[in-house]
Design a protein around this ligand. Structure first.
Ligand SMILES: *Cc1c(COP(=O)(O)O)cnc(C)c1O
Length: 385
């Protein structure tokens, strides 16, 4: 029996596909690379790939991409200076799942630990904390979105008898601010906190920060116990994905052997996407480490160009050091909708991820300039000279 769509449904699908392509031309507000070409992999869409269970333990479900997933994990283990022979990880559905996994491992180590995270932390973290039924304390942030170290010190001091589970941001969602692991560790040392765990939410900026060796460092050699990244952000993927790495000796408290799948149940979800590790593998192999670095530098130059142009028209734009996120006071609703620009507390941002080309930035700048010239913007947006 051959099935096909009826005319009405086929038209609906056509219209949807056209609209999606159209909207992709006005995509500036979310940190998603759009410059990928995975057409060589299209035949794989005919296969129900599934990496169910632990990536390191073969499964009876042999229609999987574990061999490629392991190479992707190795690439990031090297990039993040994971301790040799003492790391483990898997390709997740995204940064949120990686954060959940990091906190899960932390809770197994320190069931009575308190999670400290800043006000600028991604919304997934609060939900994860609730799911894990962990205690937590929210720490104030500085103007740029970085954690307020004085407030952190005070809060940890008040709860010195409890283990510290630190959720450090390596690029916050709104301003791409980075919490400094060395300052955090200094606080922990100063207060003689022996039981502590540091999870880095590096979903946004982890990959390119490590590639470009940006300071402050955040990887395992700087004291991280686990790191989560998103794969569909800087690397780019048609399907959301991510990756989590933890120190292996911690993770060994988790997971049991399941005869039905013939492997170990060490991951959050059961069935796991078998295609997304292949996208990551393909990008890493095809572009290469140097190519990825070059791509990051180009994005950074684009962010710089955007700021210069905005400032030239009097708009108060800024970015954190080396960030791809350009922050500025919110423009009109119409402009935010057209360019899919996220806004919070009067601040908007555009993110110069790979795929954001100069012509797209220039088109946005022209729209913004028209608003500035027509005084459609509030006073706040403009630099008072
Ligand atoms: C995007 C993001 C997340 C969530 O990652 P997903 O891949 O969307 O699940 C978490 N933290 C930060 C800082 C992010 O930018």
């Amino acid at each position: 029996m051959m099935y096909s769509l009826n005319t009405e449904d086929a038209t609906q699908l056509q219209n949807y596909m056209q609209k999606a392509v159209e909207r992709s031309k006005y995509f500036l507000g979310y940190p998603i690379a759009t410059d990928f070409d995975y057409s060589e992999l299209f035949p794989l869409l005919d296969l129900p790939l599934n990496n169910v269970g632990d990536p390191m333990v073969e499964s009876t479900y042999d229609l999987n991409s574990r061999s490629l997933e392991k190479e992707v994990l190795q690439f990031f283990a090297d990039l993040f200076n994971a301790p040799k022979d003492n790391w483990w990880g898997y390709v997740t559905n995204g940064g949120s799942e990686g954060n959940l996994y990091g906190l899960y491992v932390a809770r197994e180590l320190y069931p009575n630990g308190i999670v400290y995270y800043s006000e600028s932390t991604h919304y997934s973290v609060q939900k994860n904390i609730q799911l894990l039924n962990l205690r937590s304390i929210v720490i104030r942030t500085q103007e740029n979105g970085e954690i307020d170290y004085d407030d952190l010190k005070q809060m940890v001091q008040m709860h010195r008898d409890q283990p510290v589970i630190m959720l450090a941001n390596i690029g916050t969602t709104m301003t791409e601010a980075k919490d400094d692991l060395s300052k955090i560790q200094q606080i922990l040392r100063g207060l003689a906190i022996k039981s502590h765990y540091i999870h880095c939410d590096a979903a946004l900026a982890g990959t390119y920060s490590a590639l470009l060796e940006l300071k402050p460092g955040f990887d395992f050699s700087y004291g991280a116990d686990s790191i989560a990244i998103s794969g569909h952000k800087f690397i780019g993927s048609p399907i959301p994905c991510g990756l989590v790495l933890v120190k292996k000796n911690y993770k060994e408290r988790i997971g049991r052997s399941i005869p039905y799948i013939g492997t170990v149940d060490t991951t959050i979800t059961g069935s796991r996407n078998g295609h997304s590790p292949i996208f990551l593998w393909y990008a890493i192999k095809k572009i290469g480490k140097n190519g990825l670095k070059q791509r990051a530098l180009e994005s950074s130059a684009m962010a710089n160009y955007t700021i210069e142009q905005m400032r030239a028209m009097g708009v108060k734009a800024w970015r954190n050091p080396d960030a791809l996120t350009v922050v500025f006071p919110q423009p009109s609703n119409a402009l935010r909708q057209k360019w899919q620009i996220a806004t919070e507390n009067g601040q908007s941002h555009i993110i110069c991820m790979p795929g954001v080309q100069k012509d797209r930035i220039d088109a946005f700048l022209a729209d913004l300039k028209a608003e500035v010239n027509a005084f459609k913007v509030s006073e706040e947006i403009l630099e008072t000279v």
